[in-house]
Design a protein around this ligand. Sequence first.
Ligand SMILES: *[C@@H]1O[C@H](CO)[C@@H](O)[C@H](O)[C@H]1NC(C)=O
Ligand SMILES: *[C@@H]1O[C@H](CO)[C@@H](O)[C@H](O)[C@H]1NC(C)=O
Length: 521
Amino acid sequence: MRSVRKTVLLAILASVVLVLALLHSWPTRASTAVDVWQRPGPIDERHLEERLPEPDRRFGNIPFHVRDNVASLLARNGCVCEGDSGGVNLPFVQLLFPRVSAHPLHAAFQAPELQEMKRRREKEYRSFQERTQTPADLLLIAEANNPLQYPTYLMGPLLKPRFVPTVPQINLTATLGTLNVAAEVDRVKIKGDGAMRMTLSSILLPNLNRQLQFVTYTNTLFHPSTADTVQFETEGHQASFSIKIRHGVTPKLYNTGSKGEYNVSALVTIATKTFLRYDKLQDLINSVRRYYPTVTIVIADDSETPQTISGPYIEHYIMPFGKGWFAGRNLAVSQVTTKYVLWVDDDFVFTANTKLEKLVDVLERTTLDLVGGAVREATGYTATYRQTISIESGEADGDCLHMRRGFHHAIQGFPNCVVTDGVINFFLARTEKVQQVGFDPRLARVAHLEFFIDGLGSLHVGSCDDVIVNHATKVRLPWVSQSESDKTYAKFRYPPASSDATHTKNGLLFFKNRFQCLTHN
Ligand SMILES: *[C@@H]1O[C@H](CO)[C@@H](O)[C@H](O)[C@H]1NC(C)=O
Ligand SMILES: *[C@@H]1O[C@H](CO)[C@@H](O)[C@H](O)[C@H]1NC(C)=O
């Protein structure tokens, strides 16, 4: 009896432990779907507009005189390209008196095509703008304690004046440019115009405020992207604001060739790196062709005795022997001319579940730069290998790198997708972004997440588990003998943990990325 009770007790205990373990491993964070367009909503924008100061009607009556030499320099929307006209066309004249010439660029397209090109360019440009603008680009007005709107009279104990009105004076100080005024307002004294420090003073406060509306800034110390912090001082108060100085970002737009549905051949290039495994590569190419007969496949190959791989829409780049894994990725990606690049390993096989249109749709309709799919092993196990990566600052010893399986949150409108920091070797990405981050060619053998570590802070990464590619069997069955090429491949690709490859990898994390240590699960 007693032993029965003991057994029951043990069983209860065991099930409690099991339930607790289950609860522990259950995702604790209820994941909410987030709209990943990062632009501010209309409410935020309206809210900001309401805070802009009302134009003061009194200002309309304050007389001012425009300074043509300054006003004419102000930026205007609506540019034209004009060349120098006239002049004689003689040899050497261009050398002695260089003339400006102007070139219209729309001439690259014929009239019937031009309208369609303009339409496509506009569409790509709009989505580029939506992706690149951040809430930090919005004008924010700091509601200050408004030093200039001081009370014109004071309430307080009689005979104890606390406030001595002086001539209101404003000092403006810049460090990378000069200050000037586009118009002079009556009864305002301007000192230091055209210099880095300008003083405005007037006994009439409205005039001083009006004058402030005409202050201009000209950058003199050129840097393509920087900011000048301008000091704004008045009696007893100080404020500062930054002036962003930069060239606009030049867009790099791709003609996606589509009117309605996504045209994968025009949008995507498949990139892969091969080393010795030509049989596997051929299986990959055959499987791709079954679903995407005209998509371009770029192959980087660093085999010792390269074989010919030919066929339509195939570009085969032969590299020096054993250049390595990331060097090959870099080469392949550098040759891509479509908007997106799909990375695959050479031993993957496309199936009916490898729907690239779905991945294209995610990148077209979100701000993500890269989206991973899922890889199915021969055993049936499917992996997405989602990783979150975070960096904790350390002192002189360097920072700490933490990698954990998981993701940040789901994506609204895409129930199978999440936002994360790193994904599996099967991903679709904006070509330009991948080229910017690059694959460090020093990582020759074992490397993958290093790319995502380098891209942290610039790549917006997602992962979807409903686009699946198959992995040609990796688990070697003992009764199947390995081919010669597989054996050589394994020697290069999977070196032991104590090898030079691991040292190189850790050395780069230590020196290049300035980490002192790494944790992962
Ligand atoms: C402005 O600058 C001048 C000269 O540097 C200084 O004498 C004056 O006190 C400053 N005024 C304010 C309001 O800071
Ligand atoms: C898709 O794009 C390819 C490559 O740009 C092009 O040759 C083909 O005509 C396009 N197909 C459609 C249906 O637009």
